[in-house]
Design a protein around this ligand. Structure first.
Ligand code: SF4
Length: 321
């Protein structure tokens, strides 16, 4: 529940802002000149804010879309985020290292965003780089806008990455062949230890099954995988479990990646996160902190997963954005 909403003066009368306020019904509305006064303020307590984040509604001047280092399926790939931060609290979340604030920041000028998107003829677009794509969409209704846009722009592929089971924006819509719903998955033991406040594996699988039956293209993301002492059995069991309900012939892609962090965020994440076991065993290599057994976990899980899905659709991720 969001109790406090900050709104930039310039946008307070926008109809989209009013619609969001009707959904949230906050206890406090505070006006500000620029979101940076709240979001980028020094000496914020991230952990305390994370318990009850406020929402900041703002207008982003430009530069919504950024190119990523690696291509996807031969296409140039890009990421964008209309929302910064997320209601879930994964111990490994890189946003802890990226932002001073745990408050939600939502940019409401979606017309400007879509104008910028028009400048790209084709590409693979990640919609949720700085948040979870579905978790708060009940307030913002941005996913339906994406569906409306991408159904008329088939040379562009969009990926919504999520752990959320709130599939309302998708389940009643006609599936798009160029929209991929990518579920982040892990064994339930790992979810309980490290993916706090997220839906259980069973709930995620139930949502995946519904979306797949409805005809949506789905991807499975095991990234980051965590080197729990029992990891080999845990990942084998989770693959077995998933393919009891999910049709392996109808998977768009499956991603494997081990826990890793860019050096620039890692020290800040350590300061904010007391989960020492998770992070203590990583070592630095070319400005990325990695697990010493990264190659092993990727090789073994690749073998395990390729018993269920074609090798051609399995992607190994080692990069950091
Ligand atoms: S779901 Fe993603 S964005 Fe949200 S806390 Fe977990 S890692 Fe971070």
């Amino acid at each position: 529940m969001i109790e406090t909403v900050y709104i930039e003066e310039e946008i307070q009368s926008y109809p989209y802002v009013q619609k969001i306020l009707e959904k949230i019904t906050p206890k406090r509305i505070i006006h500000c000149d620029h979101y940076g006064e709240i979001f980028n303020r020094k000496a914020q307590n991230y952990s305390i804010q994370k318990q009850k984040p406020a929402l900041i509604l703002a207008k982003k001047p430009r530069h919504f879309i950024h190119e990523t280092v690696e291509k996807r399926f031969g296409l140039p790939s890009y990421y964008f985020s209309m929302l910064y931060n997320c209601p879930f609290a994964c111990s490994y979340c890189f946003l802890q290292g990226l932002y001073r604030s745990a408050n939600y920041l939502f940019f409401i000028n979606y017309e400007d965003f879509f104008q910028e998107l028009d400048l790209f003829e084709k590409g693979y677009f990640y919609a949720s780089h700085d948040s979870d794509a579905l978790a708060l969409d009940r307030y913002f209704h941005f996913v339906p806008l994406l569906i409306d846009y991408f159904k008329h722009h088939e040379k562009k592929i969009i990926e919504l990455r999520t752990k959320s089971t709130d599939i309302t924006p998708l389940i009643h819509r006609e599936p798009l062949k160029n929209m991929i719903i990518a579920y982040s998955l892990n064994p339930q033991t790992i979810i309980q230890r490290y993916e706090h406040k997220t839906p259980s594996l069973d709930h995620r699988l139930s949502s995946l099954e519904k979306l797949q039956k409805r005809g949506w293209k789905i991807s499975l993301c095991f990234d980051p995988m965590i080197m729990d002492p029992q990891w080999k059995d845990l990942y084998q069991d989770v693959f077995n479990k998933i393919f009891e309900t999910i049709d392996p012939t109808q998977i768009f892609s499956a991603t494997l990646g081990s826990l890793r962090f860019p050096k620039s965020y890692f020290k800040t994440i350590l300061k904010k996160n007391r989960n020492i076991f998770l992070h203590s065993s990583l070592y630095e290599e070319k400005s990325v902190f990695r697990h010493p057994q990264e190659e092993l976990i990727l090789r073994i899980t690749y073998e395990q997963l390729s018993r269920f899905v074609p090798k051609e659709i399995i992607e190994i991720q080692k990069g950091c954005g």
